[in-house]
Design a protein around this ligand. Sequence first.
Ligand SMILES: Cc1ncc(COP(=O)(O)O)c(C=O)c1O
Length: 383
Amino acid sequence: MTGPLQIARPDLGPEEAAAVARVLGTGWVTQGPEVAAFERELAAFVGAPEAVATSSCTAALHLALVALGVGPGDEVVCPSHSFIATANAVRQCGATPVFADVDLDTFNLDPADVARRLGPRTRALLVVHQLGLPCDLEALLALARARGLPVVEDAACALGSEVLTERGWERIGRPHGDVACFSFHPRKLVTTGDGGAVTTRDAALAARLRRMRQHGMTVTDAQRHASGAVVFEAYEAPGFNYRLTDLQAAVGRVQLGRLPAALVARRALVDRYRERLDGAPEVVVPVEPPRARTNWQSFCVRLSDRCDRSQREVMEALLAAGISTRRGVMCAHLEPAYADQGPYEGLARSEQARDRGLVLPLHGGMSVDDVDRVCAALLAAAR
Ligand SMILES: Cc1ncc(COP(=O)(O)O)c(C=O)c1O
């Protein structure tokens, strides 16, 4: 590929093309056997009893919150420092996101600040595994359980990430909260173009999610097709069209097969980033706490107080050197779409993380030499 070194690149090849062609030949192109197989394989990968595929992670979050009973008048505590879909999913339910601040070293929710934001209208916690790094689930689950609140894990970026529990290392999505929601957008390690999934251990909840993602239909197309009899479906509650197609699911199945090797390859590139950047006073390199292993979906460094260049200046210098970057994770409360929802207070670390974060290139098409080039350009720009 010509042009600057990209921050992310999906790893798609002839196997994915063959999988799509195979499905096209069957004539069953949406919410059919491929989706069912993808769900089984995803559930097995994360260690969850149930996986429910959806059209995106945003759809998965909305569906999960509605299924857990979040509605108008409710509050959901979540980070502002996340992709805006986290907060939007709460608002789609008619509920209000109450933003808690994050920890600067992990970009994840600070449980002490979450505790401060809980109130009589809090209906759920929506916790994010930011950029793939698991948040402090142990502390956040304890807070939620003490108040009988459900926990939705926004695991959009965290497929393949792990947390240390009393049972040992477990993959995100098992789930540890009530549900975990994944994204298969092209920036993620497994992509279906667009797509998402909810994983849960609750079979009744999974059945409700399956109905709601397909217009609230009590009998699916696949069930009617297989029955050999005349079957009339009913629509007992309003639902949505949040279906994943079989074409996408077929791609997802191939992508899932590639994931273990992709995780190893990314970790090797990150090790090289660390070798080159550790100890540089201008740049803070992300850390994995002892209880968490990230999938390194993204590598987001932070410009320290010792770097007197602005985020934009550093990004422009890198672009001039042929290297794409992105600013760190956004803050929903600073966007015009949330201006009328405030006032907001106590989100200084979220704002600092947004203003000083820098996402560097990291994908399977990169070599160690590419990493060295990025680091040399970054250190030159930041000094
Ligand atoms: C934390 C987080 N939540 C939700 C989403 C939304 O995912 P999707 O684009 O699949 O709707 C993203 C997308 O990047 C994300 O990073």
